[in-house]
Every structure is written in C-alpha cells, then in structure tokens.
Design a protein around this ligand. Structure first.
Ligand code: ZN
Length: 197
C-alpha cells in the first residue's frame, strides 16, 4: 500500500477507476463479494475499504479472506518499523512498480485480470505457477487501484519470508493460527501476512 507514491496513485485513480470487483476476488463460499471482515466479522458495506487475499495451489483456491482496514492496521501495529521497512525495500528492489503502474494506467482496455497474469516479482506467468497469492484492495464491491491488485508466486513469497526478522515471522504465525485452516495449508502460506505491511 505504501509501495507506490502519491503521484502514481493519483495518476491511476484518474485513468483507471471505478472498476467493479472481478469475480476472481469473490468469496468462494458465496460466489459474491465478501460481506464481512474475516477477522472481526464487521460488515463490508459499499464504502468499506478492505484487502482480499487468495492463495492458489495447483489451480485450487486453498484460502481466501477479507480484512477491513482497522484489522489490517491492528496487524501492522504488531510489526516493528524495521520489519515494515525491510518489506518495502524488498518490493522496491524486486518489482518494477513504477513501470507497471505506468503501463496499467495507459492500458486502453481496463482489464484487471491482465494485471494478475504473471508474478509481480519474477514475471513468471500464472499458468506456469504451482502456487501463488492474489491480493486486492477494494472499497465495497469496487477495486481500488494502486500497488494492488497483484499476483505473487509462492517462490517469491518464500524468498520474502527468508529476509524477514523473527518478530515479523512470529506476528505472521500468530495471525495464521487465528485465521487459517489446517496445518498443511498454514505451512504453505506462511508468508502471506507479510504483505499486509
Ligand atoms: Zn476487521
């Protein structure tokens, strides 16, 4: 969220805005946009800003959740400033966010599906990935464009996880224990919450 500059965000908002949330971000249990925060249970209304993450393994959605911004901020507050800076630095070094936003902002056809056709970090097409994460920022049932939406491969998430400090890993573990399913799934998505930094 802080991976792009205010100027880049304004440019995107001018050129690419008011996009209905694509079905790929819907709640798999209801086949509709998430209606409540997966953590606190508060309703997601038309003006509720929130994040959505899905974890895809072998073409199957193994996890999907939505978090309202107060819950995102609560999670962030558990992390040290140093850890948050580490993640920002990693994104800056491993993604070309500025070039990506310029390309998206000039795309004639507003197709958010095309924004997640490859890993934001490695550039590997999603069709060639066994595991990946999808992240989106939304208000109600509309996409908010910015650093999100994006796709990041499982391999790149693992690389990110490896550079995180122990306090961040611990915060991730606590978050995952509260919110995710069976241990095998947890093991595979262990780095997910780092992206909320
Ligand atoms: Zn919440």
């Amino acid at each position: 969220m802080s991976f792009i500059t205010a100027r880049q965000r304004r440019r995107l908002e001018l050129l690419v805005n008011d996009i209905p949330l694509p079905k790929i971000w819907f709640n798999p249990q209801t086949s509709a946009p998430f209606q409540q925060c997966s953590q606190c249970g508060n309703p997601i209304n038309a003006d509720t800003e929130h994040l959505i993450e899905k974890v895809i393994e072998n073409r199957h959605e193994v996890h999907a959740y939505a978090l309202c911004m107060p819950c995102v901020q609560q999670f962030q507050s558990q992390l040290s400033i140093g850890s948050r800076q580490t993640v920002r630095d990693w994104f800056e070094a491993h993604t070309r966010m500025g070039a990506r936003i310029n390309a998206l902002a000039t795309r004639e056809k507003r197709d958010p599906e095309a924004w997640i056709d490859a890993c934001i970090c490695s550039g590997v097409p999603s069709a060639e990935l066994d595991a990946y994460h999808l992240l989106a920022h939304a208000r109600g049932a509309r996409l908010i464009t910015g650093a999100m939406p994006y796709l990041i491969s499982g391999a790149c998430m693992t690389a990110l996880q490896e550079i995180l400090s122990e306090d961040t890993r611990e915060a991730n573990r606590r978050f995952l224990e509260q919110h995710l399913g069976s241990p095998p799934q947890r093991a595979k998505v262990a780095a997910k919450a780092a992206l909320l930094v």
